[in-house]
Design a protein around this ligand. Structure first.
Ligand code: PLP
Length: 455
């Protein structure tokens, strides 16, 4: 390789230039790129110079990226990267620590500190601990593993060691996120293993009396309940306090997927829509969503670290860790791990509780503003009052003669906004999810103009 530490100076200069150039266009570039095909370049025998590589990035990559880091990417639940977390993430790469085990670096203890501060931010008791993951999906995988281990314990089977033969488990949920269903498949339960509990009328939250009935009549040796806080389409919250009481009565494991909904706690506190989440056996949350740290960063929390460790620990002579040393490889999926806690740590310190809550409140205010406009527009139908950061709507077919799918495609093609689809009460709809600290009043006005221009 012809690169050496001498290249560092030109790399740092180029990084600053790339950063400025990308950020300068975030507000004006098309939110979704029309060109998604990489340029035809042969894999070289002899590597390129840094200048050649950097030119290729500037000319052939950077112009064709989306503006997902900007204020009008309202698809999925996409967070932006705040400036401090961006800086910290550069340092993560610079430091290049492998946070697999403690003992040789401060990084492992910083991960613990960040986890404890997150618990404090979300008003969770100190009995919760956990691990940073690549996202909510990976956290849900750990949830499925830990619940499986719990069920095994109830039936004198160490599932991690001996497998699932003979394990008798029933899993209940009303509107699990697709990643939770995927996780049930990974954990060997099967994607179709869960029993659907009816929803409350008009929304996606669980009918608690239906759960009570299902748990009471369930003959399985172990029971697992997966609750949502909130659902990805309707932003509906299950009544976690009531569900936790039922789980306690039936000795059922309670996992709460709170990937973005847990941030509602920063608005309404412990007695808001997440009331009772502190009683869950495990919780999933995402930092690359509403905490606005760069991809990828989620968190799995549990009050049963012993079970999590039983799922993830494996012995090998070269991996032995001294007693009382943190070993993340025994708490999660990966052995080798990025120092992804660092941008979270830096964000929590730089913004503080108030700064983070301000970003959340700003997204909610903007989402409500959009909902208000849709409600009064004769071109659209607002399908549900907006209570958090997601707005559900569709074109009014009597005024605008196109389907939801066509309308969304036209809006996305305008380059002003990126929206993603959903299904609400059996009907295809358009979803706008606002989770980026960078969204401004002007962004909302610009999207409203694009919506209004649809004919
Ligand atoms: C409730 C919920 N759970 C899980 C996920 C999956 O998150 P990730 O993409 O970080 O794996 C999402 C993503 O939108 C979500 O909203």
């Amino acid at each position: 390789m012809h690169y050496s530490s001498h290249t560092n100076q030109s790399i740092l200069k180029a990084l600053a230039e790339q950063f400025q150039a990308f950020h300068k266009t975030l507000g004006t570039r098309s939110v979704a790129s029309a060109n998604t095909n990489p340029v035809e370049v042969e894999f070289p025998e002899k590597g390129m110079t840094f200048d050649q590589l950097n030119r290729l990035i500037s000319e052939q990559v950077r112009p064709h990226l989306s503006a997902s880091n900007g204020g009008r990417y309202w698809g999925f639940v996409t967070g932006g990267a705040n400036p401090i977390a961006t800086y910290a993430d550069w340092l993560v790469t610079t430091f290049n620590q492998n946070v697999s085990k403690g003992g040789d670096s401060i990084a492992s203890e910083i991960e613990q500190q960040a986890l404890h501060w997150l618990c404090e931010l979300f008003i969770l008791p100190k009995t919760f601990n956990g691990i940073f993951t690549t996202g909510a999906t990976a956290a849900n995988v750990l949830a499925a593993f830990t619940a499986r281990q719990y069920a095994g314990h109830q039936q004198n089977i160490d599932v991690t060691q001996s497998g699932m033969t003979g394990l008798d488990v029933a899993i209940f949920s009303a509107t699990p996120h697709a990643s939770m269903v995927k996780s049930l498949g990974f954990a060997g339960f099967g994607q179709n293993s869960w029993q659907k509990i009816a929803c409350n009328p008009q929304d996606e939250s669980m009918d608690v009396s239906a759960l009570d009935n299902a748990l009471t009549h369930c003959k399985c040796a172990s029971k697992v309940v997966i609750a949502s806080a909130a659902t990805v389409t309707g932003t509906d919250f299950d009544d976690i306090a009531a569900i936790a009481a039922l789980c306690k009565k039936h000795q059922a494991w309670l996992h709460v997927d709170a990937a973005f909904g847990i941030f509602e706690r920063l608005v309404n506190g412990e007695s808001g829509k997440t009331r009772g989440i502190e009683l869950a056996d495990s919780i999933t949350l995402d930092c690359h969503k509403w905490l606005n740290v760069p991809y990828d960063c989620g968190v799995f929390l549990t009050q049963h670290m012993d079970l999590l460790k039983q799922c993830c620990d494996v012995s090998a002579p070269y991996l032995v860790t001294p007693e009382n040393t943190l070993s993340y490889m025994s708490m999660g999926i990966e052995n080798s791990r990025r120092f992804r806690a660092f941008p979270v740590w830096a964000t929590l310190l730089a913004y503080g509780k108030h700064g983070i809550a301000n970003n959340i409140n700003s997204n909610i205010r903007h989402a409500k503003q959009l909902a208000q406009w849709l409600h009064h527009s004769d071109k659209y139908q607002l399908l549900k009052p907006c209570e958090l950061n997601v707005v559900l709507f569709k074109p009014n077919s009597e005024v605008v003669g196109i389907s939801s799918g066509e309308c969304m495609a036209n809006l996305n093609a305008s380059g002003q906004v990126l929206l993603t689809p959903g299904v609400w009460q059996g009907e295809p709809i358009i979803r706008a999810a606002l989770s980026n600290w960078a969204t401004t009043d002007e962004d909302v006005t610009q999207v409203i103009s694009a919506l209004d221009a649809i004919t």
